[in-house]
Design a protein around this ligand. Structure first.
Ligand code: SAH
Length: 349
């Protein structure tokens, strides 16, 4: 670890106290907060005196992720970033371009300890949590590199955001701050494999973000087989927490369902899924949405994706039973855009 001070993880109030503690006026906080959100290095903070810049360079942590590698899709312009962190750890972010604006998919941890069997990010375990400044820094670095504004954020990259709860909450507050990136909570989605106590805690934070649940199976037997978290927090507890989240926040919840050939992609699976969701959400008024994606084949996992036809049939079956389903468009197919794969290939070269 480092003994340097992570000023980029500080709120404006915390920066005020920090500057006071080193004998500087409070207005420095506003100046530095704005510089940080533009991705400026301390030497570039030209409205600070040279002496202050030198002092800050010595004591402050430079936690802005650096672009280690960048792949640009020839198909749809998706940019996949491999970022190097201050301690040389590597993470990934993906910038996706839509008509309504740019979405950045960010990582929340270096690796992951959730152990989902189809996922590349968890293969080497988790080495550490990302700091609030490193969560924010992915957005700042992507904006700086691309010269374009990021308008939406999805926390669907490497790691489990609710396993890095405090730093994620701090990040959400920072990214929403005036004078900073000022991205509205409604433009942010958080995806979780189902850490139930944290979902309940999140519902009390009064942050109107969109919650996305990685469900991937409709029975405990099948879900526990592919997602170890289900042994700790089974489907009944997870969906009860989702209903409570909806009742408290009024925010819609979407469900991610990765289709794995021969495992969870049959018509009977679609029927079980629709019955399950109807059972828990009937009468709540919650709009339920299922996002379907064919599994991204990761060599080590051995899982295979089914045909496009099988996805279509699954989606139609859900729709016929009253569940809205979208088949995810796969962006950046030629840049290995699924999470964890670029980092793994970098680690093994
Ligand atoms: N830990 C969080 C967020 C990161 S994963 C979560 O579990 O939600 C983002 C999404 O990608 C999750 O829905 C995850 O289950 C899915 N995913 C992971 N590996 C995948 C793969 N090989 N193919 C398709 N989806 C995958």
């Amino acid at each position: 670890m480092t003994d340097k001070i992570d000023i980029a993880s500080m709120t404006k109030d915390e920066l005020c106290s920090f500057f006071k503690s080193i004998g500087e006026p409070k207005f420095r906080a506003e100046q530095v907060f704005t510089w940080i959100s533009r991705g400026a290095s301390i030497s570039e903070m030209t409205n600070l005196s040279k002496a202050l810049r030198e002092k800050l360079s010595q004591i402050a942590l430079d936690s802005l992720p650096r672009v280690e590698k960048k792949l640009v899709s020839q198909i749809d312009g998706t940019v996949k970033y491999l970022f190097r962190l201050y301690d040389d750890a590597l993470i990934e972010s993906v910038l996706m371009k839509y008509k309504h604006g740019n979405t950045l998919c960010i990582s929340s941890q270096v690796g992951c300890r959730m152990g989902c069997r189809f996922c590349a990010s968890t293969i080497g375990g988790r080495s550490r949590d990302l700091l609030p400044s490193e969560l924010l820094g992915q957005v700042i670095a992507a904006e700086k590199d691309s010269g374009e504004r990021v308008s939406n954020i999805v926390m669907m990259g490497i790691g489990e955001p609710l396993d890095n709860y405090d730093n994620v909450i701090k990040f959400l507050k920072l990214v929403n701050s005036e004078g900073g990136l000022n991205i509205g909570y409604r433009h942010i989605s958080l995806s979780t494999c189902g850490v139930v106590p944290r979902i309940l805690e999140l519902s009390d934070e009064e942050l109107p973000i969109t919650l996305s649940i990685s469900l991937h199976a409709a029975t405990d037997e099948k879900r526990s087989e592919i997602m170890p978290i289900n042994k700790k927090y089974p489907i009944s507890e997870l969906l009860t927490a989702c209903v409570s989240y909806y009742k408290k926040t009024g925010r819609r919840i979407s469900f991610e369902y990765t289709l794995i050939s021969g495992k969870n992609d049959g018509i009977a699976d679609a029927d079980e899924l629709s019955s399950l969701l109807c059972h828990y959400f009937k009468g709540t008024g919650a709009p339920i949405h299922v996002n379907l994606i064919r599994v991204n084949e990761v060599e080590e996992t051995g899982f295979k994706k089914g045909s496009e036809e099988s996805v279509r049939r699954f989606a139609e079956r859900l729709e016929s039973r009253g569940i809205t389903a979208t088949v995810r468009r796969r962006l950046g197919a030629d840049v290995n855009a699924a999470c964890g794969q670029l980092r793994r290939s970098a680690a093994s070269t």
